[in-house]
Each structure stands twice: as structure tokens, then as C-alpha cells.
Design a protein around this ligand. Structure first.
Ligand code: MCA
Ligand code: AMP
Length: 463
């Protein structure tokens, strides 16, 4: 099955513009290099090389494993080792570390390839690494069919057509920036302007000079835009502003609506489920609500004992979803895959929601304090605790998300340690994990609050 649409506009990224034919010719040359591989890793900078490499994987029918380019050595080694990727696709100036797969220098490949392989809807297109509450990130297996179904549902919900010009500056190693933001444009056929980073002034310039009509951002991007009236006003000519990956604060929704003249469309999803719930281009948009299920998606709420929860718009429960766009499972983790589904086949999102009689969903929180959302990034407390505990001076560590005006939540660590300072610990974590996983705040404390079983009670953590 084909993931890409039959025709489409150019991709502009990092100051380069690739026409459709040039992109497909280049990606086909990548496909010729990787054909038959079990999976390939892509050093996923926001560049044309990344787009060509990912599309090359799609054309070759080879699963792509995007590597966050700033991931520290421990995280990178885990992703490469766990995925078993046999090749690394990157620009030629990237030097693989010892033990890493051999490099295919994407920039050195010709732009006139023609390799295409047959692939089925059930074949894995992407393996996206995402954090759980404990341990190292898990590889989420996403099929071609799920991506196609997810993108088609969004195109319908947002009236997204080749007439749109999609603009965003999100990272190319998550569902938001890569699946929606690159494959979405290539499937729908709309031109894409990637702004490098998602800065308000870059969005404003793309609206005015690039004809941008459809804009994607995480709430941090929209809150920064709302704080920059000149940039926000430049978006008045847009068609649709879409927010997702984390809760959009109501005051940001309202300020953005005042300045841009657009009530943003909010949508909710996960790496494991793609986007499942959204407001519609042609319908109502309500601050604080993420909309109604996309075509083909079923949702329900479950109480703590698994029992049903009324759809009264008030009673919260854990959100469960069932849909053709769900993931195939976690790579090498049948136990974790089984645990994430109920006995009757629904995926447990771990998010707490309400559903109104009219079907509108509101996300009110998460079941676990151990998953943090900072700037739209999903961060597992356990992974950071383990990184801190690797420091010889650290005896105990507990990590939580605390409110942050710009990022939604910030990573905050409580640490029992001897003779080490806060900054040293932040730098130590930065030495093994990605930039956004570094604690912003470290509290050195004498002890951690524990219950009778000896388990840390995170709700009782205070500086
Ligand atoms: C960061 N910095 C730090 C620390 N952390 N410095 C000291 N201590 C720390 N602990 C540095 C950074 O390196 C950066 O430096 C500077 O502080 C500012 O960082 P930050 O505040 O994080 O801002 P930013 O770099 O501008 O990033 C904000 C961002 C980013 C652009 C919104 O968080 C982002 O791209 N988020 C998108 C995440 C995303 O795509 N999620 C989708 C997941 P310097 O300036 O020197 O670099 S997919 C998903 O969720 C689903 C499916 C869905 O629903 O979409
Ligand atoms: P990730 O797997 O990185 O995509 O993170 C998925 C998580 O992001 C979900 O489980 C939610 O907790 C959160 N999330 C995504 N979109 C929204 C939204 N619109 N409102 C609130 N939370 C969201």
C-alpha cells in the first residue's frame, strides 16, 4: 500500500526547497541503499536529509527508527541496540560512535533513483521511541496502515487539502512533527514549510511570505506566540491553527483567538495511538476541550475498578481507545504490550478524561505522576531517576513534573546526595540523556517521604 499521495507540493526545510520529483528521486536512491534491511536509524535533525531518509524508508518498506539528534550516549545506545537498526542514515559529516551501525551519507546520494518496494498495510513503517513511567524508552511499532488511517482521518477532520500550505518547526522524531508534519503533508499533497525551530517570528514570516495556511504547534509554541502580538497578528490570514501534544491552557486559547482571529483546533493523541480525538475545522472549538473522536475511533472511560463511567461531562475516568490506527505493540516488550490493553482489547491511555453527553472530551490529567509533559515532550520519571542514581554521590532520587508557565511542566528532581551541587547533577543527566530530559530544578534533601512499604510518596515531596 502507498503511504504517500500521488502528487504534491515542495518541502522547504533548513533553507532548502525540494520539489516533489527531486524528493522522490532522492528518497528512491536511499531506498536502493537500504532495501532488505530489517530497520534503519535516521539521525533526525530538522533537515532535508532527514526527510529524504524517512521517505526512503517508506519507499523501501523498511522500518525507520528516528534518533533524536541531541540524545545523549546512553539514550542513543539504547535506541540503536534495542531496535537492532543495521544502518544509520545521516548527512556525511555525522560520525557514528564506536559500535554504531555503518553510516549511509544521505547527502551524497543521487536525486534520480527509482527504487520502490511493495509493502503491506500491516508492515511496520516506524519504530518511535517513547518514555514509559519506569526504565528506558520503549519502541512503538507503527504500521503503514495505522499511519494512512490516522492521516486520512485528520485530513477529513481539518479539511486539509493540497491547497493548504502546512507550516511548523517541530522536531522530526515524534508523531507530531514527523508523522503528521512530514508524512501528513506528503500524503495529503500540501506543500510543507518547516521553520527549523517553532518560533513565533518564523511562523509569522511563513504566514506572510510563504502563504502558510495550516499551522501546527505544541502549547508552548502557542503560548509564546500569544505573548508576541506582532507575530500572532501575522497569522490572521491563516486557515487553521492546530494545538496538540499537551494541554493548551484556556488563557492561551483565548489570547490567541483575540490576536489571530482563529479559535485554535485542539487535538489529542499519543505515540501509541496517533491522533484519536479532535475538534473539527467546520465545527465548534472549546477552550479546555480536545474535541470528539475521529472517524473510526471509539473511546470509553473506565473507573479505577475497571467499571463504566457515565458520559456526563463531569465524572473522570481513564480514557480507553479502540481504533484501526493503534500501534502494533512495543518492540521486544510483549509484557508491556499486554499490560497496555484491557482484556477486551481496548488500549489504556493512562490519561484521565471526562466525556460529555455530546461526545466532547476533556483531558483532566494523567493516572500516573511518573509521566511528565514538558514543552510537549513525554518524559518518564524513572529514566531520569536512573540517570541520577548512576552518579556515585547520589543515594536516592525522585523525579516529578511541576507546573511551569512556558513548558506546562518542568522536570524537578529531589535528590539525597553527598557533596554534589544541583548544577553538577543537571550536567550529569545532560551527559547521558536528551536536553529536554535534564532536570530544570534539583532540590537536595535529607530524605525522601516514604510509605510503610518503603515506597516514595511523590505527592508528599516538598523542597
Ligand atoms: C533546556 N535548557 C536547559 C535545560 N533544559 N538549560 C539548563 N538546564 C536545563 N535543565 C536549555 C535548552 O538547551 C535551550 O538552550 C534553552 O534552555 C531553552 O530551552 P527550552 O525552554 O526547552 O525551549 P526551546 O529549546 O525553545 O524548546 C521549546 C520547544 C520544544 C520548541 C517547544 O520543547 C519542542 O520542540 N517541543 C516539541 C515536542 C514535540 O514535538 N512533542 C510531540 C510528541 P538553547 O536555546 O541554547 O538550545 S508526539 C505527541 O505528543 C503526540 C502524538 C501528539 O499528541 O502530538
Ligand atoms: P506522546 O506519546 O509523546 O505523544 O504523549 C502522549 C501524551 O500527551 C498523552 O498521553 C497525553 O497525556 C498528552 N497529550 C497529547 N495531546 C494532548 C492534548 N491535546 N491535551 C492534553 N494532553 C495531551
Amino acid at each position: 500500500m502507498d503511504l504517500l499521495g500521488e502528487s504534491g507540493g515542495p518541502v522547504r526545510i533548513a533553507g532548502r526547497e525540494l520539489g516533489r520529483d527531486e524528493l522522490l528521486g532522492w528518497a528512491s536512491a536511499v531506498a536502493a541503499e537500504i532495501r532488505g534491511a530489517d530497520s534503519v536509524a535516521v539521525h533526525a535533525t530538522a533537515t532535508a536529509e532527514t526527510v529524504a531518509a524517512v521517505v526512503g524508508g517508506v519507499l523501501a518498506g523498511v522500518p525507520v527508527v528516528p534518533l533524536p539528534p541531541d540524545s545523549g550516549p546512553a539514550e542513543r545506545a539504547h535506541i540503536l541496540g534495542d531496535s537492532g537498526a543495521s544502518l544509520l542514515l545521516a548527512a556525511g559529516d555525522v560520525k557514528p560512535a564506536e559500535g554504531e551501525p555503518p553510516l549511509i551519507p544521505v547527502d551524497a546520494l543521487p536525486r534520480n533513483g527509482s527504487t520502490r518496494a511493495q509493502a503491506d498495510a500491516g508492515d511496520t513503517a516506524m519504530i518511535l521511541y517513547t518514555s514509559g513511567t519506569t526504565g528506558a524508552p520503549k519502541g512503538v511499532l507503527i504500521s503503514r496502515g495505522a499511519i494512512a488511517a490516522g492521516l486520512d482521518a485528520l485530513a477529513e477532520a481539518w479539511a486539509w487539502t493540497p491547497e493548504d500550505v502546512l507550516v511548523h518547526g517541530l522536531p522530526l522524531f515524534h508523531v507530531h512533527g514527523l508523522v503528521l508534519g512530514v508524512l501528513g503533508a506528503l500524503r495529503v499533497g500540501s506543500p510543507l514549510v518547516h521553520t527549523g525551530r517553532p518560533k513565533p517570528e518564523a511562523y509569522a514570516a511563513a504566514a506572510q511570505d510563504g502563504g502558510g495556511s495550516l499551522f501546527f504547534g505544541v502549547p508552548t509554541v502557542w503560548s509564546r506566540t500569544a505573548a508576541d502580538p506582532a507575530a500572532a497578528r501575522a497569522l490572521r490570514g491563516a486557515r487553521l491553527l492546530v494545538s496538540g501534544s499537551a494541554p493548551l491552557p484556556v488563557p492561551v486559547f483565548e489570547r490567541l483567538a483575540d490576536l489571530t482571529g482563529h479559535r485554535p483546533v485542539e487535538r489529542y493523541g499519543m505515540t501509541e495511538t496517533l491522533i484519536t480525538v479532535s475538534a473539527r475545522a467546520g465545527g465548534d472549538r472549546r477552550p479546555g476541550y480536545v474535541g470528539t473522536p475521529l472517524p473510526g475511533v471509539e473511546t470509553r472511560l473506565a473507573a479505577e475498578d475497571g467499571g463504566p463511567v457515565p458520559r456526563d461531562g463531569e465524572t473522570p475516568g481513564e480514557l480507553h481507545v479502540r481504533a484501526p490506527l493503534l500501534f502494533k505493540g512495543y518492540l521486544n516488550r510483549p509484557d508491556a504490550t499486554a499490560e497496555s490493553f484491557t482484556g477486551d482489547g481496548w488500549f489504556r491511555t493512562g490519561d484521565i478524561a471526562t466525556i460529555g453527553p455530546d461526545g466532547w472530551h476533556r483531558i483532566v490529567g494523567r493516572a500516573s505522576t511518573d509521566l511528565i509533559k514538558s514543552g510537549g515532550y513525554r518524559i518518564g520519571a524513572g529514566e531520569i531517576e536512573n540517570a541520577l542514581l548512576a552518579h556515585p554521590a547520589v543515594r536516592e532520587a525522585a523525579v516529578v513534573g511541576t507546573p511551569h508557565d512556558d513548558l506546562g511542566e518542568q522536570v524537578t528532581a529531589y535528590v539525597v546526595a553527598d557533596g554534589v551541587g544541583e548544577t553538577q547533577l543537571i550536567d550529569f543527566v545532560a551527559g547521558s540523556l536528551s536536553v529536554h530530559k535534564r532536570p530544570r530544578v534539583v532540590h537536595l534533601v535529607d530524605s525522601l517521604p516514604r510509605n510503610a512499604m518503603g515506597k516514595v510518596v511523590k505527592t508528599r515531596l516538598t523542597p
